[in-house]
Design a protein around this ligand. Structure first.
Ligand code: ADP
Ligand code: MG
Length: 700
C-alpha cells in the first residue's frame, strides 16, 4: 500500500471503503484524509461524570449513567417495530427505546453485564425515558476512551442512518492521526509558536479529536482557530503589499482654486472635528503615490457627503475627474441637488446620469466626460455602463457601499488603466472583526461625531394591539406640524405577499387618517421614476403628512420636518437596516421618534434585537450586537457576497481577540519578511489555503 498522504482519497482509509467514502463526500463534502482530519467536533460532551438514575430529570443535556439491562423486548412489526429495554443502577430504573438498528442492538444488549448508557433524558408518561441512547459495555468504553470528553461532530440524518456516528468519526480520526503522523508538519517554527503561545499542530489536531481535559482542549482549539484567522489576515495583508507595489496611485499634490474657494465662500457650516480628521487622512493617502482604498464609516447623518465633495474638489484641483455612485436613483438625485446647492456659483461642473436619462442627454454627457468638462459625475449603476468614459478619472466614491455587488465595484474600478483612488462610504458600521476580514485590505476612516445640535431619537417597541395608541400619537404629531413615515418590509419587491402588506397598510391608514383632513402618499420600488418622484415631492413640500413606503426610502431621503418613523413588522428587518431607516428622522430641530411595530408573538431573540434598538442610537453597538445575534454572514454589507469565509472552527463573533492577535502576527511577520522568503513553510501553507478565499481584492 502506498504511503498515506494528506490528499489520499478517503476510501483508502481503514474503516471507510468506497461506499462510506461516497457517503462522506455527498453528505459532508469530505474527500481526502486531510478533509476529515480537519472536520472538527462542533461541541463536546463531558462524560467525566456518571449521573445516578434517581437524580435524572428531563434535560437538554446529554447525560451518562452506568448500570445493567434488566430486560429487553422487541415490540410491533415492520416499520412500527421498536426495541424497548429497562436499565437499572443502584438508585432506580429507566426505560429505553430504539426505533432503528434494532437487530444490532438486540445482539449488543447482554443482561448481567455492566454498561455505560448515554443520552438525553426525557419525561414520558411521568417517567424518565431515553430515546435512542448510545450504549457500550463498560469495559470496552473504559478501554477505548479514557478521555472524559466526547466530541460531537455535525452529522446529517443520512449519515447517521448508515451507522456513521460521532464515535465512528472519532475512530476514523484516530486512524488518520496514525497514518498521517509523518505528513503533518507544523508550518510554524518553534520561535513563532512560542511567541504566540501555540500548541504544535499535530498535538492540536490530536487533542481536538481526543481531548484530555478542558485546558488542553482549549489550547488545541486556540491553535486551530489561530491558523484559520492568521492565514486570512496574511493573505489580505500580502495582497495589499503586492498591490501597493504594483499599482501606482495618482498623486494629488496640491490644494487649489476649487477647494480654497469652496472653503472660503460656500461651506455652509463649520466642519466637525471628525470630518476634518478623515479628510486629513484621505489627503495623506492621496499624496503618497499609492492608490487610496479607504472605507469611510460614519453613522447616518454624520456628514459623509461633505467629506466626499471636498476630496472631489481636491481631485479637480489636481486636474482629475471624480465619480460618485449611489445605490438608488432617488439618492443620486438628492446628492446631485444638494451638491448643486452647496456649490452655488463655483465653476465646478457636476452632472447626473441615471437609468432614466434620455439618449440625447446621455450622448451629450458622454461627450463632456470625454473632454473633461464635467468634474464630477453622479449616478447609479448606470455609471458602470461601458460607454461611459472619462478623460481623467482620478477618484471613485461609492456611497452606501452595502448596496453594491462586488463585481460591479470591480468593474468601475477597472474603468481606467491608471487606477483611481477609491473611497467607499457606509453608514452601516461594520464590526471591527468583520471589517478586518471582509475589508481587511481597506484602510478605514471613521466619523465618530454627529454635527452639533442633533437630538437623539426616541425609540419604542409596540405590539400590534396598541395600534389605537399609535394613531393617537400620530395625530398629535401631525397637529404639531410634523410628518410621518410608515415603512413596510418588502424583502423582494416582486413578491405578491409583500405588496399585499403594503396595500393593506395603506388602506388602513386612509381609513384612520381620512382625506381631505389628512393626506397620505405611497411610494414603492415598482413605481415609475416620475411617479415616485412626484409622490416624494408631495411629501417634501409638506402636501402630505404621511408617507407609506417600502424600504426604498432606506437610504438617503432627507426631509428634516419628518419626525416619526414607524416600522411595521419590524421583526422582519435586520438591526442595521432598522438603524438605517431610523436615520431618516432626527434631521430637524424637533424631537424625533421611531416606533417599531411587531406582533405579540415573537421569539425571545427577536425581542432582544428590538430591545437593542430602543436602548441605543449608536450604530457601532448595533452592528456588534447584530453580528452576535445573527452571525457574521447576515450582516448588511456582506450579505450580497454570502459568507465571507468558510470557517471550520473560528468564529468572528466569539474569537475577536484571537483575530486581533492573528492580525498582529501576520503584520509582524510581513514587516520582517514581506515576500515570505524566510518562512517557506508558511508561504506554502498560504498558497495552499488561499485559493479557497474569495478574492476580496477586487472590492477595492
Ligand atoms: P450621511 O453621513 O448620512 O451621508 P449627510 O452627508 O447626508 O450624512 O449629512 C446629513 C446632514 O448634515 C446634511 O443636511 C448635511 O448638510 C448636514 N451636515 C453635514 N456636515 C455638517 C456639519 N459639519 N455641521 C452641520 N451640518 C452638517
Ligand atoms: Mg449619505
Amino acid at each position: 500500500m502506498a504511503v498515506k498522504q494528506l490528499n489520499t482519497p478517503l476510501q483508502f482509509l481503514k474503516g471507510v471503503g468506497e461506499k462510506r467514502a461516497n457517503l462522506l463526500q455527498e453528505e459532508l463534502h469530505l474527500e481526502t484524509f486531510e478533509d476529515l482530519l480537519h472536520y472538527y467536533p462542533f461541541r463536546y460532551v463531558d462524560r467525566s461524570k456518571y449521573y445516578q438514575i434517581k437524580e435524572l430529570t428531563a434535560s437538554p443535556i446529554q447525560m451518562q449513567i452506568r448500570g445493567r439491562f434488566l430486560s429487553s423486548e422487541t415490540v410491533g412489526a415492520g416499520r412500527k417495530q421498536r426495541l424497548t429495554a429497562r436499565f437499572a443502577d443502584s438508585t432506580g430504573t429507566v426505560e429505553c427505546v430504539w426505533f432503528q438498528g434494532i437487530k444490532f442492538l438486540q445482539d449488543k444488549i447482554k443482561p448481567g453485564k455492566d454498561y455505560v448508557l448515554f443520552g438525553k433524558p426525557t419525561l414520558f408518561g411521568g417517567k424518565i425515558n431515553f430515546t435512542h441512547p448510545e450504549i457500550e459495555l463498560l469495559d470496552e468504553y473504559l478501554k477505548k476512551s479514557a478521555a472524559p470528553f466526547t466530541p460531537v461532530y455535525p452529522l446529517t440524518e443520512k449519515i447517521k442512518k448508515h451507522k456513521i456516528s460521532a464515535r465512528t468519526i472519532q475512530n476514523l480520526s484516530r486512524q488518520l492521526l496514525i497514518d498521517l503522523k509523518p505528513q503533518i508538519k507544523d508550518h510554524f517554527n518553534e520561535e513563532i509558536r512560542a511567541k504566540y503561545n501555540l500548541m504544535p499542530l499535530f498535538d492540536a489536531l490530536k487533542h481536538v479529536h481526543f481531548p484530555e481535559d478542558m485546558e488542553t482542549l482549549d489550547k488545541a482549539r486556540f491553535r486551530l482557530k489561530f491558523d484559520e484567522l492568521f492565514f486570512i489576515q496574511l493573505y489580505i495583508l500580502r495582497s495589499k503589499i503586492k498591490r501597493n507595489n504594483a499599482i501606482r496611485g495618482i498623486v494629488f499634490q496640491k490644494v487649489g482654486h476649487f477647494l480654497n474657494t469652496f472653503y472660503k465662500k460656500h461651506l455652509p457650516f463649520e466642519l466637525t472635528n471628525a470630518q476634518k480628521k478623515v479628510i486629513k487622512e484621505m489627503r495623506a493617502d492621496m499624496k503618497t503615490g499609492l492608490q487610496m482604498n479607504r472605507l469611510l464609516q460614519g453613522d447616518v447623518g454624520s456628514g459623509k457627503t461633505m467629506v466626499a465633495l471636498m476630496i472631489a474638489l481636491i481631485a479637480a484641483d489636481n486636474g482629475y475627474q471624480s465619480a460618485l455612485m449611489a445605490p438608488t436613483e432617488i439618492l443620486a438625485q438628492q446628492h446631485f441637488k444638494s451638491l448643486q446647492e452647496m456649490l452655488g456659483d463655483l465653476n465646478y461642473n457636476i452632472a447626473l446620469l441615471t437609468g432614466s436619462s434620455k439618449a440625447k442627454e446621455r450622448r451629450e454627457l458622454h461627450e463632456k466626460l470625454r473632454n473633461g468638462e464635467i468634474h464630477l459625475l453622479i449616478g447609479t449603476h448606470a455609471l458602470i455602463e461601458d460607454e461611459v468614459k472619462f478623460l481623467k478619472l482620478g477618484l471613485v466614491i461609492i456611497d452606501e457601499q452595502h448596496r453594491f455587488g462586488v463585481a460591479q465595484r470591480a468593474k468601475l474600478w477597472m474603468k481606467d488603466k491608471i487606477h483611481p483612488h477609491v473611497l467607499v462610504m457606509t453608514a452601516t458600521p461594520i464590526p471591527r472583526t468583520l471589517a478586518l476580514t471582509v475589508h481587511g485590505d481597506l484602510d478605514v476612516s471613521v466619523i465618530d461625531e454627529l454635527p452639533p445640535g442633533r437630538k437623539p431619537i426616541e425609540t419604542h417597541h409596540l405590539y400590534e394591539d396598541k395600534r389605537a395608541q399609535l394613531y393617537k400619537f400620530m395625530r398629535k404629531q401631525i397637529a404639531e406640524g410634523r410628518q410621518i413615515y410608515i415603512v413596510y418590509p418588502l424583502i423582494q419587491e416582486s413578491k405578491k405577499l409583500d405588496f399585499q402588506n403594503l396595500e393593506e397598510g395603506h388602506q388602513r391608514i386612509l381609513k384612520a387618517f381620512p382625506p381631505p383632513e389628512y393626506n397620505t402618499v405611497m411610494v414603492h420600488g415598482q413605481m415609475k421614476p416620475d411617479e415616485k418622484e412626484e409622490k416624494m415631492q408631495e411629501f417634501v413640500q409638506k402636501k402630505a403628512q404621511i408617507m407609506v413606503a417600502t424600504t426604498v426610502i432606506e437610504v438617503g431621503v432627507n426631509v428634516p420636518n419628518a419626525s416619526v418613523m414607524i416600522i411595521e413588522s419590524a421583526q422582519r428587518f435586520g438591526l442595521s437596516q432598522l438603524h438605517q431607516l431610523r436615520g431618516r428622522v432626527g434631521r430637524g430641530a424637533s424631537q424625533s421618534y421611531c416606533i417599531l411595530m411587531s406582533p405579540y408573538k415573537i421569539t425571545q431573540n427577536t425581542k432582544q434585537r428590538l430591545g437593542i434598538m430602543t436602548q441605543t442610537n449608536d450604530g457601532f453597538i448595533i452592528a456588534e450586537e447584530d453580528m452576535k445575534l445573527r452571525g457574521p454572514g447576515n450582516i448588511d454589507g456582506t450579505q450580497q457576497s454570502g459568507d465571507p469565509y468558510d470557517f471550520k472552527i473560528a468564529s468572528l463573533t466569539r474569537d475577536q481577540s484571537i483575530l486581533l492577535l492573528a492580525r498582529r502576527a501576520a503584520e509582524e511577520l510581513l514587516k520582517d519578511d514581506p515576500n515570505l522568503e524566510k518562512h517557506s513553510t508558511i508561504n506554502s501553507q498560504l498558497n495552499k489555503r488561499h485559493p479557497k478565499f474569495i478574492n476580496w481584492r477586487q472590492i477595492s
